[in-house]
Write a protein that binds this ligand. Structure first.
Ligand SMILES: *[C@@H]1O[C@H](CO)[C@@H](O)[C@H](O)[C@H]1NC(C)=O
Ligand SMILES: *[C@@H]1O[C@H](CO)[C@@H](O)[C@H](O)[C@H]1NC(C)=O
Length: 374
């Protein structure tokens, strides 16, 4: 009996979930990073069911897009497993999290928060989740995603079904989250749910600040950070260098033409929500070509118009010294209003990722306003 009790004492704590907080793939394996292209409902190929919930996945080590095993609404897919860690009751370690979205989940699920329609906060969407060792930062384009933690389980909202959407998940060590917090301070996100417990607040004070000021960014406030923009290298847990570009309202210019293209020393093909008002035409001024994408094709059978795609990504048109071109995935569109909104993009120079995105850009708008091959 004594032996039994001491075994119980020693082993019970180990039965909790000690798996690391990380990005997961469709097989449930921890991955350093992944990209998800959620396909629009109409994309030229007929599926028997779940139209609008299919996705393509590209993870570290893969050779290109692979078809998602399940749907984006399934908690056993890469997105569901990754974001689902937020709702897992089994986690024994204390976690910090920030959910932000300029289109937060519907009021009936979050009546604690102010209505942010007509918000002055950033046009920015994402999930940060970490414990005292590591975590992930997911940047995406889906309205009203993900559900608040108190909802208790993962699901994908109907608001993200009709159009295409993009997700970039990167696993980072704890040290990186202070920098990520600083980038978010610049972005002025609309935080609709967050918690940074005391045990973590001293390790990542910038994230604690973003959580505390969650109501502030939505309003005009004198103490909102005044840094207009900053780019930083964020090295993933396994050593991949990403560049995070974050701008605030004061930046007041096109993210891609004014900043990303010259910094990366690359022309850019940009996919964004062209059904927003005041969209910016392709821009070839100042020696940098930034072209708006019109038609997208992923593999031989999947084709859709940019107008069916809510994703915001950019790719170099040409390979750069065989190191692969750049791919950026983020939350800012090319339109007049978003020049004055916070937001940004996360860029990577990698041959496989570049090929996957570059080849997807089929038709673009030339600077003369004609439709051309990208
Ligand atoms: C997601 O799954 C839940 C539970 O099965 C279901 O109630 C909901 O309608 C689904 N949502 C979408 C967008 O398919
Ligand atoms: C802010 O953006 C400008 C381009 O508009 C760029 O020249 C400058 O280096 C950026 N600042 C930082 C801190 O990255």
């Amino acid at each position: 009996m004594f032996l039994f009790l001491s075994l119980l004492v020693f082993f019970v704590p180990l039965e909790g979930d000690t798996s690391p907080i990380t990005c997961y793939n469709d097989q449930g394996e921890a991955v350093d990073w992944f990209y998800i292209y959620k396909l629009p409902k109409e994309h030229g190929r007929k599926y028997p069911k779940e139209e609008g919930e299919m996705y393509l996945l590209l993870e570290k080590g893969s050779e290109g897009w692979t078809e998602g095993k399940v749907t984006v609404n399934d908690s056993t897919g890469a997105l569901g497993r990754t974001v689902g860690q937020l709702y897992s009751q089994a986690k024994i370690t204390e976690v910090a999290y920030i959910l932000y979205n300029d289109q937060k989940p519907p009021e009936e699920f979050g009546d604690r928060w102010i209505d942010n329609s007509g918000s002055r906060g950033g046009h920015t969407k994402g999930v940060v989740l970490l414990d005292k060792n590591q975590g992930f930062w997911l940047v995406h384009s889906t309205p009203h995603f993900p559900p608040e933690r108190q909802e208790g389980e993962y699901y994908y909202p109907s608001s993200g079904v009709t159009n295409g959407q993009n997700f970039i998940c990167v696993t980072y060590p704890l040290e990186r989250f202070q920098t990520i917090g600083e980038q978010l301070q610049i972005n002025q996100p609309d935080v609709y749910d967050c918690d940074v417990p005391d045990s973590l607040a001293s390790l990542v004070p910038a994230l604690a600040d973003v959580c505390e000021k969650r109501h502030v960014y939505g309003h005009i406030s004198p103490d909102v950070k005044t840094v207009a923009n900053r780019s930083v290298t964020l090295t993933s847990k396994d050593g991949t260098d990403f560049i995070s570009f974050a701008k605030g309202a004061a930046f007041d210019d096109d993210l891609y033409h004014a900043w990303v293209a010259p910094t990366l020393q690359s022309d850019l093909l940009v996919q964004f929500w062209i059904r927003s008002t005041g969209i910016l035409p392709s821009d070839c001024s100042q020696g940098r070509k930034v072209l708006d994408i019109k038609l997208i094709s992923l593999g031989q059978t999947i084709t859709f118009k940019a107008s069916q795609d809510h994703s915001k990504w950019a790719a170099s048109p040409v390979d750069q010294e065989a190191g692969g071109g750049w791919v950026c995935v983020g939350d800012i569109n090319r339109n007049e209003a978003e020049e004055k909104r916070g937001g940004g993009t996360v860029c990577l120079q990698n041959p496989v990722v570049w090929k996957a995105y570059r080849s997807a850009a089929v038709e673009c708008e030339s600077c003369e306003g004609e439709v051309i091959q990208c």
